[in-house]
Design a protein. Structure first.
Length: 196
């Protein structure tokens, strides 16, 4: 009896796009550029099996550029891309978007906002907002960041942090102490108010 052969065929399934919230449209508002780019990058990362080429990533991002100054920019970009049939890299495309839509002095704007930022809620809320502005300000020195941070932090927290045996010398240390002391104070207030 002759051996029988088995033929196995495999089919590769097309990767499915994960159903997560898609980015909002970008209309060219310079103050919203970084958030929009983060949303685009997050979506592309979550769906990296689908958007696995620079061309697909660029096409995806362009599909969310509508209205305002972004719409005409997209039209011009698409005309150039289709005429050349050369899409370039995702990295170069992001640079072009940033060159076209970044605020003229985003770092200066962030520093100006840091100067007037004040803690009005919890320390954690203040820290979150401070971190965003600090990153945008491009200030790298802890001493400068600590000065800005102390200026906006509630005075009672500044006193508590400076009152520890070894006050922090890094901005992360200031974040940690301010958060801890504020959370302890809020927890104590909640306990005291329960017993009244």
């Amino acid at each position: 009896m002759a051996p029988t052969g088995t033929v196995t065929t495999t089919t590769t399934a097309k990767p499915a796009e994960l159903k997560i919230r898609t980015p909002n449209d970008f209309d060219g508002d310079r103050s919203k550029l970084n958030q929009w780019l983060q949303d685009i990058r997050l979506y592309l990362e979550m769906n990296s099996d689908v958007y696995n080429t620079d061309r697909k990533k660029i096409t995806f991002a362009l599909s969310f550029m509508n209205g305002g100054t972004a719409g005409p920019w997209k039209e011009t970009m698409l005309d150039e891309l289709f005429a050349l049939d050369e899409w370039g890299t995702w990295k170069d495309f992001v640079k072009e978007i940033k060159d076209a839509f970044s605020a003229a002095d985003a770092a200066g704007d962030a520093r100006a906002k840091l100067k007037v930022l004040k803690q009005t809620g919890t320390a954690d809320e203040y820290i979150a907002e401070f971190k965003v502005l600090a990153a945008a300000s491009q200030i790298k020195e802890d001493n400068s960041l600590i000065e800005y941070f102390m200026d906006g932090l509630q005075p009672k927290l500044v006193e508590k942090v400076l009152g520890v045996e070894k006050p922090p010398t890094t901005i992360k240390g200031w974040y940690d102490y301010a958060s801890r002391f504020d959370n302890q104070w809020r927890r104590a207030r909640a306990i005291i108010n329960r017993h009244r």
